[in-house]
Design a protein around this ligand. Structure first.
Ligand code: IMP
Ligand code: MG
Length: 176
């Protein structure tokens, strides 16, 4: 697997340090939420590893809900115009922390946030591990960002190409 990777962009140690910092920042901001319930909504499958690590840095009472979104058709590195969403979570009256792997065109997160707003949550904040330095991505409201990266196709730590490389512990650049 590792021989397919052109370059390691973010090594596992740096990822783990940053995930801890994100957890601390989120915890601080949600400290005053009181008895209201918090729902962490994780977008599958890309956020699989990120969310598993992040949630262990969130010591408060929090409900974990998963939803699916897919924006690629087959072997492509260009996301589809209209992401397909699975069943929406139940977030009415809750503080929502929406967690995804990466902001690229921003269509997925924008679409999900719009859909969740219809469900009358108390608040919504978004958290992504990676954000590409593209106008489209930079303009999407996102309260927590792990790393801003160049516009390259990356895999590992949950991110895939054609379903592969999610299990790579580091984030690497691949030219399919
Ligand atoms: P967007 O809707 O274009 O922002 O795309 C978001 C989704 O596409 C993310 O949730 C990822 O699953 C996937 N994606 C975007 N860029 C990459 C990448 O560089 N590597 C792997 N998956 C990506
Ligand atoms: Mg995704």
């Amino acid at each position: 697997m590792i021989q397919d990777i052109d370059q390691i962009l973010i090594a596992r140690g740096a990822i783990s340090d940053r995930v801890r910092e994100l957890g601390e920042a989120i915890t601080k901001n949600l400290e005053d939420v009181g008895e209201h319930e918090i729902a962490l909504v994780a977008v599958m499958t890309g956020s699989l590893i990120f969310v598993a690590d992040l949630m262990r840095h969130l010591p408060m009472k929090i409900q974990i809900q998963l939803m699916t979104a897919s924006s690629y058709i087959g072997k492509s590195t260009k996301s589809n115009n209209d992401p397909m969403l699975g069943k929406l979570p139940e977030v009415k009256g809750m503080h929502v922390l929406l967690v995804d792997d990466i902001l690229d065109s921003g269509k997925t997160l924008t679409r999900i946030r719009t859909e969740l707003e219809q469900l009358q949550p108390r608040s919504i904040q978004s958290c992504v591990l990676l954000r590409k330095k593209l106008d489209s991505a930079m303009h999407v409201p996102c309260e927590y960002v792990g790393f801003d990266i160049e516009d390259e196709f990356v895999v590992g730590y949950g991110l895939d190409y054609d379903g592969y490389y999610r299990n790579l512990p580091d984030i690497g650049i691949i030219s399919p």
